[in-house]
Design a protein around this ligand. Structure first.
Ligand code: BES
Ligand code: MN
Ligand code: MN
Length: 442
């Protein structure tokens, strides 16, 4: 474990931020690190594929003919950093947790599978099944290049099951498999009023203020029950079955503790649904940020010329992100009056997805986690998105196992991200048991 943790530290030192162009060299450095580690652990083929965007690392060991093939997917890219208590790319361990950007999302979780494979080679000299790794650098920006790579290399990536660790445990120490992910549709909405900022005394009252208009439009996107007003938006939403609602209830989620942890005195959301249902199985729409007008210190009296909002929707099965994008753009344009020019640009998207709980890969994974954690595995859905997952199901026609090892409380995408090293170790053991368990599938 000591060696594994030291290697993880080296991995975490690389600032592989995918969305910022000035980190391009670091991204390439990180792809190389992953490739070198795959070579070191004993994989027989390792290749870095260039793409239009960031490189894809592919590796395989196919020394078990007649046995199933597992494709491990993960991402080496990370989110940008904010204000941290300690430098985000200088990993430190405190109370059994490793703190660094990417610790839980996704370097730490991904590294689990490299280390379990390494352990097999070291102790048994081989694996009981065939394994492929597909590790990308664009997950945090919606996996555009990987989608193309997948389309052009379906034979290379052929497998019986995909294994992903990039989600969360329901609670610390509770073995968890995820069977549903939300999708995403992300937009920039720009409104332009007068052709320059104006004195709000000389001109105020005579022309539309784009910030006022945009606020009005945003407020119209929900009704008083917290439902999204875009026509047709809910048409394809799969209804929660009675059984699923009951399964969620069994999890004994405490809305009170949840509110307390987040520092809010009341939770809020779509009427008629519990918090878990709202997060896991209902679509949402949120404004992520607004840029516009005077934001400096003090006061400046203006009618701003322009404003931009970043607005995204989380989608659920069986909504389609292409259809939703059209509905959104049409509706927002309809809501805007002629007094402003409006531009609606899609930034990225990902389809929602669901994998059947009963498929043999999930059954093997549930057993494996149960053995490692010493508790019964539970099945949950997830509010976040991993855009490429539905493409895996569609192109490779293989079930996807979401063996998450992080915690929602580990500050992914936030300051002071960390990963519990206990889960790192239990993850390695789960991964090893899975390889054993699934090799006996047929
Ligand atoms: N690992 C996350 C997905 C996730 C989020 C799992 C929360 C468990 C809990 C993934 O890296 C992620 O952040 N996805 C993005 C996708 C987007 C940028 C296209 C997301 O959900 O915002
Ligand atoms: Mn991730
Ligand atoms: Mn992420």
């Amino acid at each position: 474990m000591e060696d594994y943790i030291n290697e993880l530290k080296e991995f975490l030192k690389i600032p592989s931020i995918s969305t910022l162009p000035e980190y391009k060299n670091e991204i390439e450095h990180c792809a190389k690190f992953v490739a070198e580690n795959l070579e070191k652990i004993g994989m027989s083929r390792v290749e870095i594929f260039k793409t239009e965007g960031h490189p894809v690392v592919y590796s395989e060991w196919l020394g078990a003919p007649g046995k199933p093939t597992v494709l491990v997917y993960g991402h080496y890219d990370v989110q940008p950093v904010e204000l941290w208590n300690s430098p985000p790319f200088e990993p430190v361990i405190k109370e059994g947790k490793i703190f660094a950007r990417g610790a839980t999302d996704d370097k730490g979780q991904l590294f689990v599978h490299l280390k379990s494979v390494e352990a097999f080679f070291k102790t048994e000299g081989s694996l009981p099944l065939n394994i492929k790794f597909l590790i990308e650098g664009e997950e945090e920006i919606a996996s555009e290049s990987l989608r193309v790579f997948l389309k052009n290399n379906t034979d290379l990536l052929k497998c019986d099951a995909v294994l992903v660790s990039d989600t969360s445990l329901y609670a610390a120490g509770v073995p968890t498999l995820t069977y549903g992910l939300r999708g995403l549709s992300y937009f920039e909405v720009e409104m332009e009023g007068p052709n320059r900022d104006l004195h709000s005394g000389s001109f105020g009252g005579s022309v539309a203020n784009p910030i006022n208009i945009l606020s009005d439009v945003i407020s119209k996107l929900h009704d008083k029950n917290g439902r999204i007003t875009i026509p047709g938006f809910y048409d394809d939403v799969l209804k929660l079955s009675k059984k699923e609602r009951e399964n969620f209830k069994v999890l004994k989620f405490s809305e009170k503790e949840y509110a307390k942890d987040l520092g809010v005195s009341e939770l809020s959301g779509e009427k008629g649904f519990t918090t878990l249902e709202r997060i896991w199985a209902r679509p949402t729409l949120d404004c992520n940020g607004i840029i516009g007008g005077f934001t400096g210190i003090g006061a400046k009296t203006i009618i701003p010329s322009k404003v931009t909002a970043k607005i995204s929707m989380r989608l659920v099965p069986s909504q389609n992100s292409v259809k939703i994008a059209k509905q959104f753009a049409r509706y927002v344009k309809k809501l805007a009056p002629k007094s402003v020019k409006i531009k609606v640009t899609e930034l990225h998207s990902g389809q929602p997805g669901i994998t059947p709980i009963e498929n043999p890969a999930n059954v093997a994974a549930a057993k494996a986690m149960e053995k490692a954690f010493g508790k019964k595995t539970i099945f949950v859905r997830e509010g976040g998105s991993i855009p490429i997952v539905t493409d895996f199901s569609k192109r490779l026609k293989s079930p996807v196992v979401l063996m998450g090892l992080g915690l929602d409380s580990e500050n992914l995408h936030s300051p002071n991200e960390h990963f519990d090293l206990k889960h790192f170790q239990l993850g390695i053991i789960s991964s090893a048991y899975f390889i054993k368990e699934y090799s006996e599938k047929s």
